[in-house]
Write a protein that binds this ligand. Sequence first.
Ligand SMILES: Cc1cc2nc3c(=O)[nH]c(=O)nc-3n(C[C@H](O)[C@H](O)[C@H](O)COP(=O)(O)O)c2cc1C
Length: 220
Amino acid sequence: MNLLTAINGRRSVRGYKPDPVSRQELEYVVKNAIWAPNWGNTQPWEIAVIGHDIVNNLSEEFVKKVKAGETANPDLDMPSVWPDVHKNRYVSLGRSLFTSMGIERGDKEARQNHYFNMYRFFGAPNAIYIYMDKGINVHYGPFDIGALSNNICMLAHEKGLGTCILACVSHYPDVVRKYINIPDDKKIVIGIAVGYPDENHSSANFKSTRDEDIISWHGF
Ligand SMILES: Cc1cc2nc3c(=O)[nH]c(=O)nc-3n(C[C@H](O)[C@H](O)[C@H](O)COP(=O)(O)O)c2cc1C
């Protein structure tokens, strides 16, 4: 697959077929993804690849907590305030996604179901968690994990798999630690849903946008 086609073709997938991904394919993704550039080759990441049954258990427990209104307690601080320009893009993403999915503005139930579904990894059969040592107190740890995550998404895309990076699945780290042996001296940074895209899902045709006016040129 040509690189530009791959970059343009990848999207966050929010609807999956139930078919589990083989260990062989997941190995291809993670073993090649770790060639991401990183600070001084410190490789600040650790990766947990998650099977179907554990994804199901996590999903059930997350949704229970969300329905009960339990406050999120992530290892990594979640952004609470965004400058307006970024906040507007965030709001616009939600609006255009719901419009594309045929969810009306006043349809509270459908919106809520989408929200719960997010905590169910959007129905993906597999997931990948990335965590790092709590002793890494600089931003470059998560920066490097960003590069790793993008490699995971691109390599999965190359294999016909869909992904969605999900901050929400790290909201309740105690639940994650119950099923995955991640010691307390590690920070859970992010989870990524992985599976075969359901091309008949209502979100399948949604494509996010990008602003190009954030690029400036100097000395040309
Ligand atoms: C750090 C990070 C956290 C994210 N968390 C979520 C999430 O919790 N729920 C969700 O639906 N999408 C999540 N996303 C996906 C973004 O919404 C998505 O990447 C963005 O809208 C751009 O769309 P695209 O990936 O289809 O190009 C996350 C992406 C990143 C990089």
